[in-house]
Every structure is written in structure tokens, then in C-alpha cells.
Design a binder for this molecule. Structure first.
Ligand code: PGA
Length: 278
């Protein structure tokens, strides 16, 4: 069927059946990180158009997630549920406390009430501009999991660190810190995004071989924590992913998907990107 928006959602059992589509056993996941773009009117138009552009098969091949600003979440939740769309809904951040005197913050249970599926945690813009630390990232990962959602945990090195040969140590220590005290059964549901900071919004992409190698390093660090469970954890690449480079990235054995900023802002471009396999 051509029109994604008119297609009924599959049952959980049907979804489970088609869950694994890669030889790695991991289901690809492409997530749009809109950052501070698109108000809720634009968001609704975007998702209507996107659902029209995506055939059912796209969702057979992997998960597609939209992470809009907080103010769009309720509108998109309503649209996704009313039209039975298979799109996942994600938030870009949350606070780790459940409630209280934290002016301007949004808690994990508030997001869970909106049927949010994923929460981006520790994006480099949050770490660099808003002072998030490995410790707050870890607390947020736990809060998101506690409320039944899946964190998309971001790690990545600066250009300086890369040039100093410190990439492997940086991403491994960020991964270890983010998952400190997180049990294996919960970790398995988490997504990690490897986003080299020098590649974000710059048009510079890590070569697919470099990205694959560093993701292998991250998986190695997760294996030290979780053993074989790490082989079930999905790790995305992020940083100037576009329709023109997604297929090459997705062909790499360690790369399970993409976290997409700039190229996720236009529905036509994002639809092209998520149809990477067709
Ligand atoms: P970009 O952003 O695709 O615009 O480089 C990616 C991200 O920051 O998640």
C-alpha cells in the first residue's frame, strides 16, 4: 500500500516477528533530531507529508523516529495515534528528577504520559552548551528507563581529541559512565549514538570505515559491561548524515542506524534518507 498514513498499525506480535531484519540481529533505527526547529503547526504538516511519502515496507526495514521540540510532542502523539502511524516519537532531553522546583525542566514521567518511545540523552550540544556531565547523563538514562522509554545515549569526541588519538578512550569512557549501574536487561533496550562532534552540522562526515571502527570500540566497551548483550544493543552514527551517504553508512556491519539533524528538517529529504535500502 502506498499511503503509510492509512495503514493500520501492526499488532505487537506482528512487530516482534519482523523485529530482526539485519544479519547482525539488530533492527535498524533512523531518528530525526529536529533540535530547536519546527513549531507544532509545522510538525503536524511534516508528519502528515512524511507518512504519505513512506510505504509500509520502510517500517519492515527498521524503526523511524521523530524527535521534535517538547512543544510539538502532544500534537504529534495525537496525530500518530489517530492515524495509526508506525513512526516512533522521541524527545530531545529530559530532567532526571520526577517532579519538583526545577523551573523550565521536563521530567521522564511527563514524557512517558505522552507515549514517548525514545529520549535523546547527552547530545553533545547539551553537554557543551548546557553543561551536562557524564553524571547527569547517567541519571537521565536511568530516569528514562525507569519510565519505560528507551534512551538514545550520545557519545563522541571533539576534533582536538580525535587529532590527539584519544577517540577510543573518550567514547569508551562516556559509554561506561552513561551505563554505570544500568542492568543488562535494561541496557539491551537502549540505543547509543556515536556522534563525532566535529561532524555535527559541519557537512563533514566520518568515513563509513572510521565510523564503523569507532562504533566497534563503543560496542567493545559495552561488551566489557554486559557481555553478549552488547551485541543486541543498537548503535547509530550521527553527524552530517544525508540521503547521499546513508546507504554507505548502513552497509557497515557495526552501524545500526542514524541520528539525523539537518537532513531531517525537510520531509522529502528525510523520506529519501529513511528509504536508504530501496
Ligand atoms: P547533523 O546533526 O545531522 O545536522 O550533523 C546530527 C545531530 O546533532 O544529531
Amino acid at each position: 500500500m502506498r499511503f503509510g498514513g492509512l495503514r493500520p498499525r501492526r499488532t505487537p506480535a506482528q512487530r516482534e516477528e519482523s523485529r530482526v531484519t539485519e544479519s547482525s540481529g539488530r533492527r535498524p533505527i533512523i531518528a530525526a533530531n529536529w533540535k530547536m526547529h519546527h513549531d507544532h503547526h509545522v510538525a503536524i504538516q511534516f508528519v502528515q507529508k512524511l507518512s504519505y511519502l513512506l510505504e509500509a515496507e520502510v517500517f519492515e526495514n527498521g524503526d523511524v523516529v521523530i524527535c521534535p521540540p517538547f512543544t510539538d510532542l502532544r500534537s504529534l502523539q495525537t496525530l500518530i495515534e489517530a492515524d495509526n502511524l508506525e513512526l516512533g516519537l522521541g524527545a530531545q532531553n529530559c530532567y532526571f528528577e520526577e517532579q519538583g522546583a526545577f523551573t523550565g525542566e521536563v521530567s521522564a514521567p511527563m514524557l512517558a504520559k505522552l507515549n514517548v518511545d525514545y529520549v535523546i540523552v547527552g547530545h553533545s550540544e547539551r553537554r557543551q552548551i548546557f553543561g551536562e556531565t557524564d553524571e547527569t547523563v547517567n541519571k537521565k538514562v536511568k530516569a528514562v528507563l525507569q519510565h519505560g522509554m528507551k534512551p538514545i545515549v550520545c557519545v563522541g569526541e571533539t576534533l582536538e581529541e580525535r587529532e590527539a588519538g584519544a577517540t577510543a578512550e573518550k567514547v569508551s569512557s562516556q559509554a561506561r559512565a552513561a551505563f554505570d549501574g544500568v542492568k543488562s536487561a535494561q541496557a539491551e533496550t537502549c540505543v547509543v549514538a556515536y556522534e563525532p562532534i566535529w561532524a555535527i552540522g559541519t557537512g563533514k562526515t566520518a568515513t563509513s570505515a572510521d565510523a564503523d571502527e569507532t562504533i566497534g570500540v563503543i560496542r567493545g566497551a559495552l561488551r566489557d559491561l554486559y557481555g553478549v548483550t552488547a551485541d543486541a544493543m543498537r548503535i547509530q552514527y550521527g553527524g552530517s548524515v544525508k540521503p547521499g551517504n546513508i546507504a554507505e553508512l548502513m552497509a557497515m556491519p557495526e552501524i545500526d542506524g542514524a541520528l539525523v539533524g539537518g537532513a531531517s528538517l525537510d520531509p522529502d529529504e528525510f523520506a529519501k534518507l529513511v528509504k536508504w535500502s530501496s
